[in-house]
Structure formats: C-alpha cells, structure tokens
Design a protein around this ligand. Sequence first.
Ligand code: NDP
Length: 494
Amino acid sequence: MTTTMPAPATFEVTSPATGQVVGVHPLGSTRDVEDTVARARGAADWWASLGFAERARRLDAWRGIIARRATELADLVHREMGKPPADAMLEIAMALEHLAWAAKNSGKVLGRRSVRSSALTVNQSASVEYLPLGVVGVIGPWNYPVFTPLGSLSFALAAGNTVIYKPSEYTPGVGVWLIEAFTKAVPEHPVLQVVTGDGSTGAALCRSKVNKIGFTGSTATGKKVMAACAESLTPVLMECGGKDALIVNADADVDSAADAAVWGGLSNAGQTCLGVERVYVHDKVFDEFVDQVVTLASRIRAGSDTDAHIGPMTMPSQVDVIRRHIDDALDKGGRAVLGGPDAVEGRFVQPTVLVDVPEDSIAVTEETFGPTFVVSRVRNMDEAVERANASRYGLGVSVFSRKHGEDIARRIRTGAVSVNSYVLYAAVPGLPLGGVDDSGFGRVHGADGLREFTFPRAMTRQRFPSVLPLTTFRRTRLVDSLVRVLITVLHGRN
Ligand code: NDP
C-alpha cells in the first residue's frame, strides 16, 4: 500500500487591478516557521563573526543585484499591489539609499567605543559596543513592499543578526524576490530567509522565540503582535498606522503646499502610513489653497492603464472603509469639493477632497488609507498645532511656512516633521523613522535604526588599583569618610 503525503498548503495572490492570479505561495505553518528559525540560529554565529566590513561588502553586493534588476522588481510590485511601476521604482530607490547607509555606517555606530569614566571610577577604562540580538523576525505590510521591510531587514542584517521575513499575504512574491537576490550575494548560509503565509504565519513567528520582532502594519495587528511576544518577553519594534497632518501658514508658498498635499494625500492611492490625511490651513490662504488643491487633484486619475497616476485599492476591504469615512464626513455636514461617494468605483477610488468636516468625524480621527483627505480652516497656527497634535497617532507632519516653519514644527508631537516639503525625513538615510502613541515605538533608519536590532554591552577594565577601594569588605573607615567628603564636593554644591 502506498501513502501519499498531503500537498503543502498554498495561497494565491491576485492582481488588485485585474483579479488575475499573479502567484501561488506556500502557506507557512508553525512547523515551517520553527524550522526556519532553527536554520537562522545555525547561521547566526557565522554572520555575526564576519564583522562589519565583510557584512557591508555582502550587503553592497545585494544592493547591486537589486539595483541592476530594479525594473523587474518594480513590475512585480505593480502586479502584486497595483501601484504604477514608476512609483515602485521610487520606493526601490529610497530603500537602496537606506541599505547603503546601514552597511556603510554599522561599524561606526555599533562598534566598540570608549566612554569617559568618572571621579569615583577614574581607574577604569570604560567602553560600550552594540551586539547583534541573534535571530530577528520582520513582519511587513503590502503598501511599500520594498521600502518598508528593507527599513528593518537592512539594519538588522548590518547589525549582525540573521533574519526571517514574513511578507504580507498581498505581496509575498516581492518578499521572495528580495530574499532570492540576497541569497545570491550570501550563498553560504541561510542568513536571510522568507516565510510566506497569512496572519497565522506571522503569529507563529511572534511565538517562535526569535530575539526580536520588527513589525510594520496596522495598530490593531501591532497590539496582537505585542500580546503574543509578551508571552516570551520577545522585544518588539512597532511601526504602525498614522493620520498625518499638513499645516499651511498664512505666509506659506501655497502652490508648493497644495502640490505636497495632493502628492502626500493621493500618491500610492493614499495607502501610505505617512500619507497626508488632514490639512489645516490658515484662514487667510484657505480659499486659494483649496482652489489650487482641487485644480491639481482633479488631474489625478486612478486606473490600471499606463497613463493612470494611482492604482487600485490593494485590499478589497479598504474600499468599504473609505466609503464609510466619506459618508460619515458628509453626514456630519462636510462637503466634497472633489470626488465624494461616487468616487468609489469598485476597486478604484478617484481623488476626493473634503472640507467643512467636523473634527470628530472618522475621516479626521481614523486612518482612511485611501486617496481622500480633509482640508480644514484654522484661525492661527496655535489652532493648527493643537488640532494636528489631537490625533491618537503620531507618525509625521508637514509644515508649510516661509518664516515660522521650524518654530511650528518644534511644537508638533510626532516622530518626524518636514518643513516646506512632504515626507523627505523618510528619505534622509541618517534620520530615524518611527512614531509615538498609536503609531508605535522604536525606530528604523539611521543610527537609532541600527541600535534597534542590538543590545549594548558595557565593559570596564581596571587600569590600576583604586586609591579609594569601594567594593570590598576590606574598605577602611578612612575610605568611608572620604566618600562622605567626596559626595559633598561633587554634588553638595548644587
Ligand atoms: P496589517 O496589520 O494587516 O498586516 C501587517 C503584517 O502583519 C502582515 O504581514 C500581516 O500578514 C501580519 N499579520 C496579520 N495578523 C497577524 C498576527 N496576528 N500576528 C502577526 N502578524 C500578523 O497591515 P497592512 O499589511 O494592511 O499594512 C497597512 C498598515 O501598515 C497601515 O496601518 C499603515 O499605516 C501601516 N504602515 C506603517 C508604516 C510605518 O512605518 N509606521 C509603514 C507602512 C505601513 P497578512 O497580510 O498575511 O495578514
């Protein structure tokens, strides 16, 4: 009698634009995740032992492969999640900048450095270095399937960790592509692996006792990830949702501000964690700003043809969320100066700009994640700052003002602020990216992004015996009285 093994479970990925199947991938089980973690553990010592320079060389090789095949990758992003290939190319360009930065700067940021000792510890030479955690799990979203995961993968790898990546079920092919490219640059050991699947696969990764989870996704899922990780005290990095505001002062360049609002609100069909969803405009320039926004936004069209500016909604369920937000805004007295309920055409949503929307409308309080935004009139910048800060999210804000931009920006409670531009803090490789409150905690990018995937190890080396031996039962009464005097001398005059 012959027994046949059941075929491994798989799932299909369909194009959000056409509904056609664009890929079939394994549905990773708990067992698959555990096996992958075991392989990653086996590779961890080797990767860590290569040191910063050799790892950087390998990461640079990976970067070269991605760069040379970027058109192929951009097409795959387009097929899986629907954004225009040219926009996919932009996210690839930004992701590669961060990868280059992580590789180049890991030694400088994380390598051993001396720390000054103090009056009481003058006989100690002190140093600190940042060591890899071991195996890191990265769980990513679909909206920027290259830029977002690479923000964690590049930094975790440069810091010396082996990594397991669980891409979104909407964009697994992009995840597999990235890992295959890495394997060409690092063929010896499974340093970076992918496990495709759905939410249950991500949940298994959270329970797999990896040394850290780098999560990017919605706040609701982030809470589930934290709860699962809490069981094994697995630390987490949380890059969650946003409800970003753009502020326009009376002295702003209105044309630039309108251009930024339209790109920030509509690009990627609004499916951007840092997307502009609320705009607060000074009364003096409100009408001019709205006119300009409507002129610019009415030229933008959602579609699947090559001339379309934005693609479909990647997740079918998002269409209902967007419709609900528009309806609620209009029910509460808001007006659509562009688009409106009819803008929702199946999986495509045409640009929608809402005004006169009360601040308690869900279009103002909840993440919409669609090509719609609300423009509100404010009396002054105090009101703009207060309203921008009133959100439970705290990812990014843009401020437009010729003279007072930085002053306004410094009053904003979000992880990043851009003055007279939109989102460019996410493109400067040395800057950390992340949020506060419901937008999460921890940082990707920059020195903070490297340290995020390490633990600091402090070290002291005794250079000569102390004239004031403190940590010994052989301590004398003379030493005790000198300590008392020292306390007064060092701290008592404050
Ligand atoms: P989700 O929260 O739905 O999913 C994110 C990832 O978590 C996916 O890989 C998903 O897998 C996985 N997942 C789902 N359930 C679980 C679970 N129980 N345990 C572990 N993992 C799980 O987010 P989206 O993919 O829809 O992404 C959009 C969200 O991401 C938006 O809120 C956006 O603001 C946010 N985001 C934040 C960014 C930031 O930098 N702060 C950047 C980009 C996006 P699967 O898809 O297979 O279900």
